[in-house]
Design a protein around this ligand. Structure first.
Ligand SMILES: [Cu+2]
Length: 489
């Protein structure tokens, strides 16, 4: 139905144009053809003349207006080592094409005005001019050669791979990004710095989204974060893959852009040079970025404060294409190590001990052992906590002399601090003994000391009990771990 209406409208517009043409012809016949034509030529020529500076002015104005928002200008100089090379080749290209644009634009509209149809004016005709042809062939050829050679040089530099002697983990970090409709599956190599092997036939959307081969131990520590975090100044090699259709791995601020092609792995090597924090500080100096990030919340954070580097898909890959954004964070080496320590391997979280695990039995035992060890650790911690908080008596180390403070509970009494002796040696500090009403200081002191001795004894018994439970749990954990190890071998 919609298509029918569109077709109908198109046909009607066509008929209207034909009718207008007929009316113009009729008017020409009535008023005299030449006069009508000249008036139309003058009006058109004048329109062209006005359009020329207006359009040129709008181009220059918009370039200046948006200069701080465009990559390569204002605060947006490249945040990677190779990025500057690409920015400079862009500037050189813009310089030449800019000249051509301005000259041809002025010539086009000026000529349309100057050589408009006039009564008695005839166009100059010549069939051939070697000189002209030479000029418009040689000049573009020289400029193009220069641009192509410079571009090729920049391309080779930007897309250079890591050297054969470079070691992953030491000289560079290798990560992986697999595009799919509509997100990125990211993978980091874990502690071994090596990404485990992969097979597209093993892909299972729910349990193995990138098709990792669980027979390859290199896969065991690989983890799949939901954002890219990288240390500043370290070389990164990204393996770029696609699971369904064409995508494009695009990190605009680092001038990284590479197609993700199903069945044809690509890569990009780059070195980030500016941390997210530093980039925000750059933006801070520009009025555009002092605006509120959310116009509905004028008092909220500014645009520079909420800035994040991003990974985008730069290949129109379907209707959810826009949602392929991932945050990229560039941090210091220490922050990166901290973040790494928090990450959990995909295998350990989702595969270990399940039917997909080739070492299911052994790993189940190992997991039990780990669980027992963890419980023992928790019990130990809880016991320590209870020992510290359980009594109002705190003792400065078992079996040694220390400062002892005793506060007995009776209400309404006064509190006094008196010197005391524990375990035969005089303590450096004092003891607080509350004196209930109707009791001498001496009696209170005796009572306080007695109470303390009783509580100390209780503590000791508790300690022994805890140690026993602790030892039992530890032994169980060790036994289970040993069994698991034996099974693995
Ligand atoms: Cu995409």
């Amino acid at each position: 139905m919609t298509l029918f209406i569109i077709l109908l409208i198109a046909i009607l517009i066509y008929i209207i144009f034909i009718q207008i043409g007929r009316v113009t012809d009729l008017a020409r016949n009535i008023r005299g053809e030449e006069r009508t034509q000249t008036a139309a030529n003058n009006a058109n020529g004048f329109g062209m003349l006005i359009f020329m500076p207006l359009f040129l002015g709008a181009c220059v104005w918009s370039a200046l207006y948006y200069k701080d928002s465009m990559l390569g200008y204002g605060p947006h100089s490249a945040a990677s080592v190779h990025g500057g090379v690409l920015d400079s080749i862009f500037d050189v290209t813009l310089f030449f094409t800019g000249i051509v644009f301005i000259v041809t634009h002025i010539a086009l509209f000026w000529f349309a005005w100057k050589y408009r149809g006039k009564v008695g004016q005839k166009a100059k005709f010549f069939a051939h001019s070697s000189q002209l042809e030479l000029i418009w062939t040689v000049i573009p050829a020289i400029v193009m050669t220069f641009l192509v050679i410079k571009g090729l040089d920049a391309w080779n530099e930007a897309t250079a791979d890591v050297g054969p002697t470079e070691v992953p983990g030491k000289d560079y970090i290798e990560i992986e990004a697999m595009g799919y409709q509509f997100a990125w599956q990211l993978r980091y190599p874990g502690a071994d710095h090596k990404l485990g092997s992969r097979n597209y036939q093993l892909i299972d959307l729910a349990n193995n989204p990138i098709g990792q081969d669980w027979n390859d131990p290199k896969n065991y520590d690989d983890f799949q974060p939901d954002k890219i975090v990288l240390p500043v100044g370290k070389k990164v090699r990204v393996r770029i893959l696609a699971r369904d259709v064409l995508h494009n791995f695009y990190l605009p601020h680092f001038r990284v852009k590479m197609d993700a092609v199903p069945g044809m792995p690509t890569y990009f090597v780059f070195t980030p040079t500016v941390t997210t924090k530093e980039y925000r500080n750059r933006l801070k100096n520009y009025p555009e970025y002092q605006e509120p990030a959310d116009p509905a919340n004028p008092e909220g954070p500014r645009r520079w404060e909420t800035f994040e580097y991003e990974l985008a898909c730069a290949e129109l890959c379907g209707k959810g294409h826009y949602s392929m954004r991932r945050i990229v964070e560039i941090v210091s080496e220490e922050e990166y190590e901290e973040w790494l320590a928090e990450q959990k391997s995909y295998f350990a979280q989702n595969i270990m001990g399940t039917d997909a695990d080739p070492n299911k039995e052994a790993n189940l035992k190992k997991m039990e052992a780990e669980k027992a060890a963890e419980e023992a650790r928790k019990a130990r911690e809880a016991a320590q906590k209870a020992a510290a908080a359980g009594a109002t008596t705190s003792v400065g180390g078992m079996g040694t002399t220390g400062t002892t403070t005793v506060t007995t509970g009776a209400a309404g009494g006064t509190v006094t601090t008196i010197g005391t002796q524990v375990g035969g040696a005089t303590s450096g500090g004092g003891t607080t003994v509350e004196i209930p009403e109707g009791m001498t200081e001496e009696e209170a002191k005796k009572k306080g000391l007695l109470k303390r001795i009783i509580e100390k004894g209780k503590d000791k018994v508790e300690d022994i009990k805890e140690n026993r439970a602790d030892r039992k749990a530890r032994k169980a954990a060790e036994k289970a771990a040993k069994e698991a190890e034996n099974n693995n071998n």
